[in-house]
Design a protein around this ligand. Structure first.
Ligand SMILES: *Cc1c(COP(=O)(O)O)cnc(C)c1O
Length: 424
């Protein structure tokens, strides 16, 4: 959709009035600032807001626990034994997968390790991992520790993708060229689908294809992509993917994470894996036999019986995603982020630079703004004006306009206050 953006407040009101998703803001609690007014919450990339419906979902499980005790596993309104299956279809739609390919379990970094146990199988010739240079620290720690675990040295076995000098984001053709050059020594390519720092959305399909041509396994950390951008993991032939649910998915702080394993591995018993009883054949799990028999597909990677309360909270949010659909969310998201960019561009060279890709197709719902003066102080001034966004060392402020609950007026007010603070 192409809209001629304008800087007037009346334009902003018109955008909000014509926004088919505007009503969804009502379904979330917006934190209040000092004066009792709604904060301008632009931090859904870090912790998504609470859907008002969460309480009823969680209370149902508390009630069933209260009245049924252990019987809740079978007789709760939504029996706990298969409870995680309530999230399967929705999760599959969200990431463009078959139900067999997804499961909710554990937390993100745990899932990343579990996936690497199965999919990072280095040999003397092919042992390297490719990651982006400014990957999220937890991902860097995870891949480096896996390399060491297999007896290799991250100094030589980890390849970090660097942007060109003077650029903040990585060109797809550079990624392809690197894969072509180094591919025969690379066991695994593991990138963030959307980079947490710059909001760059990588071309998952092209990178996966290039990786496969070179004989590499290709996995993605979708922490910043899921619930942000429509995904087609099955069609893109991604080998595995992991994500958390507390950012754009509004699953609640530390809520349960997700995992995708491509269908082609659904019955692959040659893959090594760390096993636990919840990944065992459901028909025979409670016979408590000594030998592990994996459930086909992603569910077979489960270890433990999962926490019901976080899953209940996540269900509340997933209902909303299912109702709206990722395509409509993305349409609004591109407009919101585009409008923020437009407003900031009215003030170029006033003490900040946008480092997020300018092409809307190559970014998610976030602009990363490099500030040239004292970022800490600026951030403090923003907070005093009820703006909630976040700051990443050394000098970047991340602003995430979330289409489910942010309005064009949020963006307008933010830009006004930001420009005012940054120029002082
Ligand atoms: C948010 C985020 C994490 C956080 O990991 P947890 O295991 O959920 O604490 C890890 N990696 C990336 C890329 C993230 O964006």
């Amino acid at each position: 959709m192409k809209i001629d953006f304008q800087t007037t407040e009346s334009f902003v009101r018109e955008m909000d009035n014509n926004d088919p998703l505007a009503k969804y803001r009502e379904r979330f609690y917006i934190p209040k600032g000092k004066n009792g007014e709604d904060c301008i919450y632009l931090c859904g990339n870090s912790l998504g807001l609470q859907p008002k419906s969460v309480r009823a979902y969680v209370e149902q499980e508390l009630k069933d626990w209260e009245t049924l005790g252990v019987e809740g596993h079978f007789h709760a309104k939504n029996p706990w034994l298969p409870y995680h299956e309530l999230l399967t279809e929705q999760t599959a739609r969200l990431v463009g997968a078959k139900p067999l390919e997804v499961v909710v379990m554990n937390s993100l970094t745990v899932n990343l390790h579990l996936m690497m146990v199965s999919f990072y199988r280095p040999t003397a010739i092919r042992q390297k991992i490719i990651i982006e240079a400014d990957a999220f620290p937890s991902d860097q720690y995870a891949v480096k520790s896996q390399i060491k675990f297999h007896g290799f040295d991250p100094q030589t076995s980890l390849i970090e993708l660097q942007p060109h000098d003077g650029e903040a984001t990585i060109r797809t053709e550079d990624i392809e060229a690197l894969i072509k050059k180094e591919g025969s020594t690379v066991a695994l390519i593991m990138l963030g689908g959307v980079n947490y720092y710059t909001s760059q959305f990588f071309d998952i399909e092209r990178i996966t294809r290039a990786g496969h041509v070179a004989g590499c396994v290709v996995g993605f950390d979708l922490a910043h992509a899921v619930g942000n951008i429509p995904l087609r993991l099955h069609d893109w032939n991604v080998d595995f993917a992991v994500w958390c649910s507390y950012k754009y998915l509004n699953g609640g702080p530390g809520s349960i994470a997700g995992c995708f394993v491509h269908e082609q591995y659904a019955n692959d018993s040659s893959l090594p894996r760390f096993a636990g009883w919840w990944g065992h054949n459901k028909q025979t799990r409670f016979l408590m036999g000594p030998d592990f028999d994996a459930i086909p597909g992603a569910e077979g990677w489960q270890l433990s019986n999962p926490p019901i309360l976080p899953m209940a909270a996540l269900r509340a949010s997933m209902e909303i995603f299912d109702e709206v659909g990722m395509e409509k969310l993305r349409t609004k998201s591109e407009l919101l982020t585009g409008y923020l960019e437009f407003l900031l561009d009215q003030h170029v060279d006033e003490g900040f630079t946008i480092i997020t890709p300018r092409d809307p197709k190559q970014r998610g719902a976030q602009l990363s703004i490099r500030v040239h003066s004292d970022g800490k102080n600026l951030f403090k001034k923003l907070a005093e004006q009820n703006i909630i966004c976040d700051r990443r060392e050394p000098d970047v402020i991340r602003v995430a306009p979330v289409p489910l609950y942010n309005s064009f007026m949020d963006i307008y007010r933010f830009a006004e206050i930001f420009v005012d603070c940054v120029s002082k």
